[in-house]
Design a binder for this molecule. Sequence first.
Ligand SMILES: Nc1ncnc2c1ncn2[C@@H]1O[C@H](COP(=O)(O)OP(=O)(O)O)[C@@H](O)[C@H]1O
Ligand SMILES: [Mg+2]
Length: 328
Amino acid sequence: MRGLDVAKDEVSPAPSVAAPPEGGRRIIAVGGGKGGIGKSLVSANLGVHFAAQGKRVVLLDADLGGANLHTCLGISAPERTLSDFINRKVETLDQLVAKTSVPGLGLISGALDFLGAANPKYTQKLRLLREITRLDVDYTIIDLGGGTGFNILDFFLIAHHGILTVVPEPTSIENAYRFIKAAYYRKLKTAELAYRLRPVVEEAMADRGSAGMRTPADLVRYVEEREPEGGARLRAELAQFPLELVVNQCRTREEHQLGPAVSDACRKYFGIPMRFLGSIPYDDAVWQSVRRRRPVMIDKPEADASRCIRRIAANLRSGSELLERNGG
Ligand SMILES: Nc1ncnc2c1ncn2[C@@H]1O[C@H](COP(=O)(O)OP(=O)(O)O)[C@@H](O)[C@H]1O
Ligand SMILES: [Mg+2]
């Protein structure tokens, strides 16, 4: 049964969100391919920030194996979790939204029972992805688990903003590239199916060595040369890849300056833009607030980390305005 689901997953990836939902609703996914790098820090505090600005926000803990966002927000393990949706005990996600101490900020808790729901079946996942796009709020912020499995990538790819969190360590940067690469090929697959480009993409992959193709950007050029119309659509689709970058736990000036270099390398290699949203310092206020089970923006609003997260939120919003002006 599981084998079948996996096979289906490979031929028909989840559809991407073609246009933003009405009313400027935004889905933000926070990933990074690794645990302990600040995904929950960024998700929870962006949520707190937007809610404080009067927006309606739902945080969705999609770390299906290690959900702990409720602890970051100081609430005990909620009665209902995503498992109840996956197991069809409830039909809509809004039935799962728990109140937090912050007005306007709700939480949908992740599935705590790892065995039951960490591998939702393909149809269950599609149902979940569809419901996420229907949530009637201004911001849905998805806190993703580590790794680069299809389940994680598909959450990332339905978002309008895919925030990649990294820390300034070679292993984390490496994981981030691995994550982008996996997400990129997942996205490519959706586009190649939609534009009937599979044969030429396969040909390109087979030809890789002799055609001098070294990067995914080269692959798109190859396709474009052979199938100009489909290739152009493929390029346009990939240009909408919702990639944004946050560098967390910076201790030195050099580390704070790492962001532009990483996003530049990504643009050259993948041929897709990655917007650098800002960096966050390593700040004692962060781990102290985690021990107090309060988001740092509430615990210490004037801490450096809180200030930096506010700037990241502002950069994110200016990106939303750009998206709206470009009609998508
Ligand atoms: N900027 C920071 N400064 C100090 N400690 C941090 C910072 N970011 C994260 N941490 C510490 O790392 C831990 C893991 O962060 P978390 O956001 O839970 O990571 P993830 O969700 O990626 O697994 C936090 O509990 C906190 O103690
Ligand atoms: Mg986390």
